[in-house]
Design a protein around this ligand. Sequence first.
Ligand code: AMP
Length: 430
Amino acid sequence: MVKKFFVPRGTSDILPADTGIWQSLEIVVRKTLHIYGYKEIRTPVFEETGLFIRSIGATTDVVQKQMLQLAAQGGENESIALSGLALRPEGTAAVARAYIENNFDKVEPLSKLYYIGPMFRGERPQKGRLRQFHQIGVEAMGPQSGSPYLDAEMISLSVRILERLGLKDFQLKINSLGTREDKAAFSETLRTGLQPFLDTLCDDCRSRYERNVFRILDCKNKSCKNIVQRLNISDAHLSPASRLYFQEVCRILDGLGVRYVHAPAMVRGLDYYTHTVFEISDPSLGSQDALGAGGRYNTLVQELGGVDVDAMGFALGIERLLLAMPEQKTPASPQNMDVYMIALGQNSCEEGFRFLHALRGAGISCDMGYRPASMKSQMRQAGKSGARLVLIFGEEERQRGVVTLKDMAQGDQKDVPSSELVEVVRRALS
Ligand code: AMP
């Protein structure tokens, strides 16, 4: 028995039947981002592992449990060893790395960047949770990015993307973690509050208590949730300046008519967030209901060896967006051919293939069956291709120097001199 190969666990093929919807989503997203002044950046799908550890945080679940590292040693034969590298679990770290490496801060006061591409996390696969998934990521960094208007732009932009994709029932939660110092005070308050309940927390949360106490707030375990609720978490950890900043963000959002809920217990799992954080969920998605999330990361660029510039970003998960989107009827890219060539007999096949080459050269989409087959079976293929025009080219046509052109919608047909074929087809399609 020959071994068969299957798509790796937690990944999926996006088949031609679905790529149309992916493309229409991407068109809407790119258009919206262009309107807001964001430009695309493409970084590699793998980076030095240390970049992710330093930015996302050594104690986070993403780094501790989900990093997909490339082989530490060369495999058999002469495979190239790619040690110290990991597949990217998210895009922010790589964009910050590229920002620093290319000295963007010297070129422009505010770099507004976006990416669309695959991310990789070693998760236990389930509906809506994959090992390879796709994100739309948006980041703004630079000396001029420390403004509450940018927070409001990021949040309202993420909402607008969802609206333009036809989503209606999503919920936006926002919060402020404050500065690094405010965050440290917040984690101390949490530890003090949770101390009496340590024995009742789940095993995971007991270790989170030391490692990363914020993660306890995201625990799905019922008894942990109850304990967190009893803490009555407020924004008491915020310094007056941080509170004022957050009030400004809320005021600007109110002015834009963006609807949100202030959730003081909402924190983000990754270490680099400061000040404003937000999450968008859609209850129709069940247990994996997060459509996207983001926030400020004012210290990250400097922590990665760059200049001291503020920054903010967010990421939306494309698979989740597609699950939450209303049924799409019209694929973005044309799936139908303009022309189908039916060649009958070996000689006609050869010459027909040359016509195909010429038509394609003129930008006309066309196809043929390549192997001589009966008129009936080729007509069936032509029907399937959705072509508006069918060209019939048999031995008799070849001898006469013509091609028969059939209009599939009208049903009529006529002979066209071979030398005029491209021009006549072009006119018939216009
Ligand atoms: P995060 O970087 O974890 O905040 O993720 C941002 C968004 O990416 C989430 O809200 C999801 O929509 C999506 N996402 C994250 N992890 C996965 C995954 N394993 N499978 C599918 N989508 C994911």
